[in-house]
Design a protein around this ligand. Structure first.
Ligand SMILES: [Cu+2]
Length: 656
């Protein structure tokens, strides 16, 4: 974003990283069991039932649903393969078969998702060991173990398995199982269940084509309801307070039938300072969520506490932080348990800056409420700024509250402010070379001016990150902040990248033959950055690798004919795409960047020099600025005014 709007891109990737660090996400030490064990061959091919599903593009949804849940017949002696869907990044489920003589409620009561652990004077809320271990350690949980056998007389349960693992859980229906309909459930999600009908041996299983048709029909029906509910909730709603401020409502997660929307709705709320926002989790009956600031992560706030091993008659011991519980977290895997924080952790109810460390838990789940968890939480925002709140449980789940505004920077150090973006100072005298970039911090309460010779000047909450010593001559052309606002990456025309402050150097193109001079840099939202050349060539650097082989490379214009040179790059919120903008206002989209229009057919008084992208993936938008101060907005990005440079020799260079 050119910093400004690109902040968003800084958001989503850390989320995923946080999620991956969460013990429960790694909990299933299940090796994917692909294919049916050989011994089942006599009963014919297995009946495959999907667990969860891949959401439509751009949606962060989890399906508390098996595909299909109805219309499945299996003969006595037959084999069922429950297959977790790799396309669901946040799913976490069990398959638990309910025997004759038991009800679903009885099985859930016997194996609850959350319990109080008060043995030995402790007072923790935990996800208990049986959830992680399933009913047997010797069947079903790896490709060499035999399938687990269900004979209709006892519970058979997989361990909890992350959907993204794509694992499979094979269940053999014993030849002695009484014909009839059996119920199976997920122990994590109170509304997730399906049915199978056991028919006498020799009768056919439901054929794969029929299963696929039924699964597809269920998927489509669920999606159409979820899209409708999402659209209805994706609207900013507020009420007036006596003091003139407003209180806004954001839904944190939403259960729509068997689809759980892991989304803040609306994702973006444009407030005025002094307003409050109520984060309401009452609409989700299946999932827990948090509303956590980035600083809150640093302070250790979040849903999950430390994993531990239950000790009989003594204090619990910490689980080893190794490859992944339960297999290796505890000496005896059957003692592995996960501590969770369902209640307020004592943090602030007011968020004043990006450094405010806070988190709260919200959910409409009945069991968490019974254990003291809340359904909603209200934060007050007394200052102007941009505040990103994330769920510490679910990757890619975040919301943005901001007081809309932007700043336009000129080559001689001028800064013009629009909307609620405060003018915090400017270095207009004594510059040893022109200003070329002006990245802001994520919370918009600080920014830097960066000059062609590598000097940086910091304002507001932006820290002093120093300068490039004895810069070798190739001028700096762009700069971008790290997500925590503690550092800058500077890009030079020759492809060199300089890391200042807490920024990590991930590689550059120094010495490489470039198709054109480098003109811009943006961050992918984590430890990576992308360079763009005037020829439209894109070079990516980061943890997932460098160059066109990296998963962060989404294409480029290198080698293609251009009507005008490229002048800037802006990554999308997710980091899974980017925009390139040309001097004539042409816009080129890659990856998940959404096209919202361009100036390619418009006659401009001055060339475009920069682009920033909006924070709301459901409502994409971007803003361009021209050298004469003209500001052009597209999609959801608000127009708050244009700037005019003080003189022809004082051209606009960036918008943030
Ligand atoms: Cu969540």
């Amino acid at each position: 974003m050119a910093r400004r709007r690109r902040f968003v891109s800084d958001v989503a990737v850390p989320l995923l990283a946080f999620s991956a660090a969460v013990p429960i996400a790694a909990a299933a030490g299940v090796a994917p069991a692909s294919g049916a064990p050989a011994r089942a061959a006599a009963a014919g091919p297995p009946t495959v039932i999907g667990v969860d599903n891949a959401p439509p593009a751009g949606r962060n949804w989890v399906y508390t649903h098996y595909f299909p849940e109805t219309g499945v017949s299996v003969p006595q002696g037959g084999l069922i393969l429950f297959k977790w869907n790799t396309g669901s990044t946040n799913g976490l489920h069990t398959v638990t078969l309910v025997p004759n003589g038991s009800t679903e409620a009885q099985v859930r009561q016997g194996d609850p998702t959350f319990v109080r652990d008060i043995s030995n004077g402790e007072s923790d809320t935990i996800i208990p060991p049986p959830i992680f271990n399933g009913t047997s350690q010797t069947c079903g949980n790896n490709r060499t173990a035999p399938p687990c056998t269900f004979d209709g007389t006892a519970v058979v349960s997989s361990e909890v398995i992350p959907t993204s693992s794509g694992a499979a859980y094979p269940v053999q229906i014993a030849p002695t199982t009484a014909p009839g309909t059996y119920h199976y459930i997920c122990l994590i999600h109170p509304g997730m269940s399906g049915d199978i009908t056991v028919v006498p041996a020799g009768q056919p299983a439901t054929d794969p084509g029929t299963l696929a048709t039924e699964a597809g029909a269920e998927y489509n029906q669920l999606n159409s309801a979820a899209f409708a509910a999402e659209a209805a909730a994706d609207v900013p709603v507020s009420t007036a307070n006596a003091d003139g401020s407003r209180t806004w409502t954001v839904r944190v997660g939403l259960t729509v039938g068997d689809v759980d929307l892991l989304e803040y709705l609306p994702i973006h709320v444009p407030i005025r300072k002094g307003d409050s926002v109520t984060f309401d989790g009452s609409g989700t009956t299946q999932e827990p969520h948090t509303v956590t600031s980035f600083a809150g992560f640093g302070a250790g706030y979040g849903f999950f506490g430390a994993a531990q091993c239950e000790v009989n008659g003594g204090a619990d011991t910490p689980a080893a932080q190794v490859q992944g519980p339960p297999a290796t977290g505890c000496k005896d895997p059957s003692t592995y348990e996960q501590v969770v924080n369902l209640t307020n952790q004592g943090e602030q109810n007011t968020i004043t800056s990006g450094a405010t460390a806070t988190s709260d838990f919200v959910s409409g789940r009945a069991d968490t409420q019974a254990l003291g968890g809340s359904t909603s939480h209200t934060y007050k925002f007394p200052n102007n700024g941009r505040y990103v709140l994330v769920c510490s449980i679910h990757g890619g789940m975040f919301g943005v509250v901001d007081t809309p505004g932007y700043r336009v920077a000129t080559s001689t150090g001028g800064v013009s402010s629009f909307g609620a973006s405060a003018a915090l100072g400017a270095k207009t005298t004594g510059l040893t070379s022109p200003v070329v970039a002006s990245p802001s911090t994520l919370d918009d309460q600080g920014y830097w001016q960066v000059t062609a010779d590598g000097h940086t000047y910091n304002f507001g909450s932006a820290p002093n990150v120093g300068n490039i010593g004895r810069h070798n001559g190739s001028p700096i052309v762009g700069a971008v902040s790290t997500i925590d606002g503690g550092g800058l990456w500077l890009a030079a025309k020759d492809g060199r990248v300089y890391a200042l402050g807490d920024a990590t150097f991930m590689g550059d193109s120094a010495g490489a033959k470039l198709g054109g001079p480098i003109v811009g840099i943006d961050s992918d939202g984590s430890n990576g950055y992308d360079l763009v050349g005037a020829d439209g060539g894109v070079l990516t650097f980061g943890a997932s690798g460098n160059g066109s082989g990296s998963s962060r490379f989404f294409g480029s214009l290198g080698g293609k004919h251009l009507n005008a040179p490229i002048v800037g790059i802006a990554d999308t919120v997710s980091g899974n795409g980017y925009y390139l903008v040309a001097a004539d206002g042409g816009v080129f989209t890659f990856g998940d960047a959404a096209y919202e229009g361009s100036l390619g057919a418009t006659k401009l008084n001055a060339p475009i020099v920069g682009i920033g992208v909006g924070l709301d993936p459901l409502h994409p938008g971007y803003t361009m600025v021209a050298a004469d101060g003209g500001v052009f907005t597209f999609g959801s990005s608000p127009f708050l005014g244009s700037a005019a440079p003080a003189s022809p020799r004082n051209s606009v260079v960036a918008i943030n």
